[in-house]
Design a binder for this molecule. Sequence first.
Ligand code: NDP
Length: 329
Amino acid sequence: MIRALVVEKDEESGKTSAAVREIEESDLPDGEVTVAVEYSTLNYKDGLCIGPGGGLVRSYPHVPGIDFAGTVESSSDDRYKPGDKVVLTGWRVGEAHWGGYAEKARVRADWLVPLPEGLDTRQAMAVGTAGFTAMLGVMALERHGLAPGQGPVLVTGASGGVGSVATAILGRLGHEVAAVTGRPESADYLRSLGATQIVARADLAETTKRPLEAETWSGCVDAVGGPMLARVLGQMKYGASVAAVGLAGGAELPAKVVPFLLRGVNLLGIDSVMQPYENRLEAWQRIARDLPMEKLEDMVRPARLSDLPQLGADILKGQVQGRVVVDLT
Ligand code: NDP
């Protein structure tokens, strides 16, 4: 039997409920690889899938968990053999397909990435989708010419999951990092991660009629979107790029095209869900190399399957701090 967090839906009331249950191995969905899950984590999307569904879950009963890391137990695909350490993010696992909140998961081989040397399964889940996406953002900026020494790189939503990992990676790579936060009490923490400058969220919150301001940032990993992103575009240096990762501050982009036309600014879209395999592999290898894991350790908040119904509700209310790492060992 396999312990899992199972979400059920009452067809009459439409209400969902989540509880730890025992399921049979034969209940697992089809897939080439069965993984003994060691760790999973908690994202906003998981909160939706543990709770109301948010239109993400295809059918019930459902096992959520959009990312996990563990050891291959059996595989009918030549790329994986029992004992291999693997990590999975994206591909709508935990939404359309059963996910990582179970002692075992069965998935398609195409969705897995071998865990790189230097990273264990717990660390991989301290990084999770948020950190993986931060790395994709940094890689996109580099491909568009970002290198250390060009001036400060802005990270918005810096004390969040994406922002804190982006800050730590950019700092380790030798960039000056300007961390935007709405929480003054996070300043010391952000400096310890690698920020060289703290920018108050309020300084970038106001919209301006001026489409261009002083050329200030050599790059930006943006987890916030909305009016802040519009403002940041007008402050980018000539030819610099913004990696648009998130929408914590809104999905609207009330911007002018002037920074693109007069300063050659690039707006780079970052998607973590359907990212091609080669990029995934590179991102995880870069995480193992360029992310100072010891700096993330302070953020880790250990949890068990039975904690998830409460944590799922909490994350939807913005009440979860740090990186929740769910222990399935
Ligand atoms: P978190 O909630 O951990 O962090 C978001 C941060 O943004 C907060 O910590 C806060 O930082 C800041 N923030 C929150 N609300 C506002 C606001 N109204 N205005 C300005 N800043 C705000 O989320 P994650 O880091 O996990 O994710 C960030 C975004 O990236 C989300 O929108 C998420 O959906 C998206 N995402 C996208 C992915 C992709 O594939 N593109 C993958 C993963 C996440 P502070 O307190 O420091 O100000």
